[in-house]
Design a protein. Structure first.
Length: 446
């Protein structure tokens, strides 16, 4: 009763003239976009500036990023359980404040590290001190931004829809794709205009402290807590022929989900994309320079990719309400294969075009799979723990990407070996995906 009363403050969503789930879709989408400073594409625009400020090599910064990201991944399953316990509103408000503090810290991380070194008279270990400080910053940034804020925002949206879950996710993915596409250009503009320090300070004020107010006022965890139903209609209003065939009847625990074959096929697919895209994005300027293309072309690649992703997101979102998820998974894996082969042979011309096509397919379907599939396959009751574990795996593998790509270049003079390594695993998973059926369907036939 207390929880229900709190959901009516400062307004009652049940009194909204429009189903409040559509507003949840808006705030959740904004929440994912506000996580960009913690995403690799957000960090990548600051990479070269951090290398100069800290006096690191690219491999050293990539190693710090790897260790910080891996450390954060071990916390995300627990964060998912926090989400199940306290809900999107409180956790969203708290984590955005934390994100703001982390961004402020990162804007001064080199100065803090050198100040501590000077105070301790430990100039001889300044490198190690700076390494620990930036690694800690990456840990907190990835945990708050890429990890928890993304998970909270995505899960909240998916809980408010069932029959229209795919459509809702498709609409959200359109704006997320556009937001993610222009973010590197916006961040680069802020850096060039105000300096990299002030860029992070401005992002702290907007994505951190500013958005925490939005989360505390507008976020709501479940429609039932607000006296509403999923999709804005009651069970009695839904005819049997309108229900999606894969409606989740069994509410899986995380332990039960881990015993499910499709769970691991999906986790591997999403995790490999996290590894690949973070390695690609973190080193994007260097990757394109190695292919005889400049920084402007490198950063601009996200724009045509996002245009294609928008179309794929809408189509994939709509299709996810009408076809088996494994078909979308197969298309997703095919897009990965196209992208990785294109990167291995990257140059102006067809490889560049096919890189955009592959990344556009994957970018458009990534959110569909990572959002729709968990409640569709395993239910809503333990959604936080299940999606938290999946997010933990994504973040863990994303940590490996930058270093894998960096070492590929430093040791062989090309990024092709990193692309081929990813391709082998994805090709095997593509074959495995043919049997990745929704476990709810198997239960229905028993």
């Amino acid at each position: 009763m207390q929880k229900t009363s709190f959901n009516r403050v400062p307004f009652n969503p049940a009194n909204s003239p429009v189903f409040y789930g559509w507003f949840i879709l808006l705030w959740g989408t904004l929440g994912i976009i506000m996580s960009v400073p913690g995403q690799t594409m957000g960090v990548s625009t600051f990479t070269d500036h951090l290398i100069d400020a800290l006096g690191f090599s690219r491999n050293e910064l990539s190693t710090a990023y790897l260790l910080g990201t891996i450390s954060s991944s071990f916390m995300l399953t627990r964060a998912g359980r926090w989400y199940d316990q306290v809900g999107a509103r409180w956790l969203g408000g708290i984590i955005t404040v934390a994100l703001g503090i982390v961004l402020l810290y990162l804007s001064q991380v080199d100065r803090i590290a050198f100040a501590i070194g000077s105070f301790l008279g430990a100039e001889n270990i300044q490198f190690y001190l700076s390494f620990i400080m930036i690694m800690g910053g990456f840990f907190l940034l990835r945990f708050t931004g890429q990890g928890v804020l993304t998970m909270v925002s995505r899960n909240m949206m998916m809980k408010w829809f069932d029959r229209k879950r795919g459509l809702a996710n498709g609409i959200s993915s359109v704006f997320v794709s556009l937001g993610f596409a222009i973010a590197p250009l916006v961040f680069d503009f802020l850096i060039e205009t105000y300096s990299w320090r002030w860029a992070w300070i401005l992002l702290a004020l907007i994505a951190g402290f500013g958005f925490s107010i939005v989360a505390l006022i507008f976020f709501r965890d479940n429609p039932e807590d607000c006296g509403l139903e999923q999709d804005g209609v009651s069970e009695q209003q839904i005819n049997e022929e309108q229900k999606i065939k894969s409606r989740a009847e069994k509410q899986y625990t995380l332990k039960e989900a881990k015993k499910s074959y499709p769970f691991w096929v999906l986790v591997v697919a999403l995790s490999m994309q996290a590894l690949y895209i973070t390695g690609f994005t973190f080193n994007i300027v260097s990757i394109f320079e190695a292919a005889s293309m400049d920084k402007t072309v490198a950063l601009a690649v996200f724009v045509p990719t996002s245009i294609l992703s928008v179309f794929i997101s809408l189509t994939g979102g709509w299709l996810s309400d009408h076809i088996k998820m494994k078909y979308l998974l197969l298309v997703f894996l095919f897009g990965q294969i196209v992208s990785m082969i294109s990167l291995a042979f990257l140059s102006p011309g067809l490889p560049y075009v096919f890189l955009i096509i592959g990344n556009g397919i994957v970018g458009g379907l990534f959110n569909v799979l990572n959002s729709v599939v968990w409640p569709r396959f395993y239910g809503r009751k333990h959604l936080g723990a299940i999606s938290g574990f999946a997010m933990s795996s994504l973040v863990f593998f994303s940590a490996l990407g930058p270093l894998m790509f960096s070492f590929s270049f430093s040791e062989t003079g090309t990024y092709s070996w990193a692309a081929w390594g990813c391709l082998v695993i994805v090709a095997v998973n593509f074959i495995a995906a043919f049997k990745a059926e929704n476990p709810q369907e198997k239960l229905a036939t028993n």
